[in-house]
Design a protein around this ligand. Structure first.
Ligand code: KIV
Ligand code: ZN
Length: 516
């Protein structure tokens, strides 16, 4: 069985999804979970993008103990220096250098000839090797690069000292046959190819990212790059969970496997969805809510007789356990602690106490507290952190023949009480207008979504918002049994993140990475 290395870029390419912006604490939380998942390499960010990004990559580099930590860099000395600064404390650092190789990019973006591209990349790899023992090189838009030139680029990268050459299908243009053929051609024609690893990096613009990555495996790729839940630029990247389960389920066909701890997949997917605000569609392969649901009577009948009639992967494989212990308001601390362990949470005493008190509050409102309810408040926020605004009370008046109005009371970090009332064209709009008036923040709400955490009339609602102020975008999340309260909490959460972001990177405008 050949081992396929998994290179996770959720924290870099995944963070390039529109509207996604992770702070250092969130990046660390995801990094720890990625370690539990057993990924081999994790790309933590693009240090040259801003001092904030550099600091976040550095924090991940210091925290991660079992995976290689990778930083992205353009083929420029200041970028490489910034990446070195960010990664120098990592147990096992790696630099990921990229420079576009396709005719379109060479002509319009880089304005470089083939020779100039080769020379610039070679100089950058050689410079990087002075600081990094591991350098991965990506000819950006390799998928649309002349195949003979790609062989030349790969040969140059090997000679200059790269240990991995990655083949990005940057715009998700190729079919599995064509993408697989690139690997076959490189393997057969490039001198020294056996000394390095070849890596696959696919985007999903035509819905072929996973199929292309698997075609690369069949043609000799050693590593697959991707993200959790397939998030990423535009239509996203190869979904790591799809690749892992395809290789696991069809070992007979691929003769290859990963070292992932598959039972951590569901938890990793949930965490990434929560922190990025990117909701996983119900029908998404492996991690969608319906991936293991059987609706048709014929299927249900088959499942009852023999599961393998309609189930090729068991939910337990990815860490979805059937709940045997349902908690309610009479459940005690002992049962609650056991449930936390069962769900895989390792909390300290203070966090267990905070979680137990949230559980008791919820059990007063709901008859049965499900696993999903518990996950929702554990993964929200257990111990109150220092934040500029705290929502104290909220009143809403609504009638279908009157203008909705809301009154909010917010307490600032300095103890100032802000109370305001406002009207709106709906209850949520009225709440948000009242919060704007109270806080004096001038923001634009660019996205609002609500979903139910569980089923039933007493289910908790989870609200995600995306808020913009000038060119800064932040996410906010709120959970409550009342959707208006969840909406208010999400908005306040976003405001707090905005303020944190403004103060930490006010000097360093951080745009989405421009890959030029
Ligand atoms: O898709 C792409 O080309 C990239 C590179 C930076 C590797 O993400
Ligand atoms: Zn990419």
């Amino acid at each position: 069985m050949r081992k396929i290395y998994i290179f996770d870029t959720t924290l870099r390419d995944g963070e390039q999804s529109p509207g996604v912006n992770l702070n250092t604490k969130e990046k660390l939380e995801i990094a720890h979970q990625l370690e539990r998942l057993g990924i081999d390499r994790m790309e933590a960010g693009f240090p040259a993008a801003s001092p904030g990004d550099l600091a976040a990559v550095n924090a991940v580099a210091r925290a991660v103990k079992h995976a290689t930590v990778v930083g992205l860099s353009r083929a420029r000395i200041p970028d490489i220096d910034a990446a070195y600064e960010a990664l120098k404390d990592a147990q096992d650092p790696c630099l990921h250098l990229f420079l576009a190789s396709s005719p379109i990019h060479r002509q319009y973006k880089l304005r470089m000839s083939k020779e100039e591209m080769l020379q610039t990349a070679e100089d950058a790899i050689k410079y990087a090797r002075k600081y990094f023992s591991k350098v991965e090189f990506s000819p950006e838009d390799a998928g649309r690069t002349e195949l003979d030139f790609l062989c030349q680029v790969t040969e140059m990268a090997i000679k200059a000292g790269a240990s991995v050459v990655n083949i990005p299908d940057t715009v998700g243009y190729l079919t599995p046959y064509e993408y697989g053929n690139i690997f076959k051609t490189l393997k057969e024609n490039v001198p020294g190819i056996e000394r390095i690893q070849l890596s696959a990096h696919c985007h999903d613009d035509l819905g072929m990212a996973t199929a292309n990555a698997l075609a690369a495996v069949l043609n000799g790729a050693d590593q697959i790059e991707g993200t959790i839940n397939g998030i990423g630029e535009r239509a996203g990247n190869t979904a790591i969970e799809e690749v892992a389960l395809a290789l696991e389920t069809r070992q007979d066909f691929f003769q290859a496997k990963t070292s992932l701890v598959l039972s951590e997949i569901a938890r990793t997917s949930r965490l990434v969805s929560k922190l990025t605000g990117m909701v996983v569609p119900g029908n998404k392969a492996i991690v969608g809510a319906n991936a293991f649901a059987h609706e048709s009577g014929i299927h249900q009948d088959g499942m009852l007789k023999e599961k393998t009639t309609y189930e090729i992967i068991s939910p337990e494989t990815i860490g979805l356990k059937e709940s045997t212990l349902v908690l309610g308001k009479h459940s005690g601390r002992h049962a609650f602690r056991e449930k936390l362990q069962d769900l895989g949470y390792e909390l300290d005493e203070e966090q267990v106490n905070a979680a137990f008190s949230k559980f008791k509050d919820l059990a007063d409102k709901k008859k049965e507290v499900s696993d999903e309810d518990i996950r929702a408040f554990i993964e929200e926020k257990l111990v109150e952190t220092e934040e500029e605004f705290k929502l104290e009370t909220i009143y809403v008046s609504y009638g279908n023949q009157s203008t909705p109005s809301a009154k909010v009371r917010i307490v600032t970090l300095q103890g100032e009480v802000l109370e305001q009332e406002a009207e709106g064209n709906g209850s949520v709009d009225a709440i948000y207008n009242a919060i704007d008036k109270a806080t004096g923040e001038d923001v634009v709400l660019s996205d609002y979504s609500i979903k139910s955490v569980t089923h039933g009339k007493d289910a908790q609602g989870e609200v995600h918002v995306v808020m913009n102020q000038h060119d800064v975008a932040v996410l906010g999340r709120g959970v409550s049994t009342d959707i208006l309260e969840a909406s208010a909490r999400a908005y306040i959460d976003a405001l707090n993140r905005l303020i944190e972001k403004r103060s930490s990177v006010s000097s360093t405008r951080r745009d989405k990475i421009s890959l030029i």
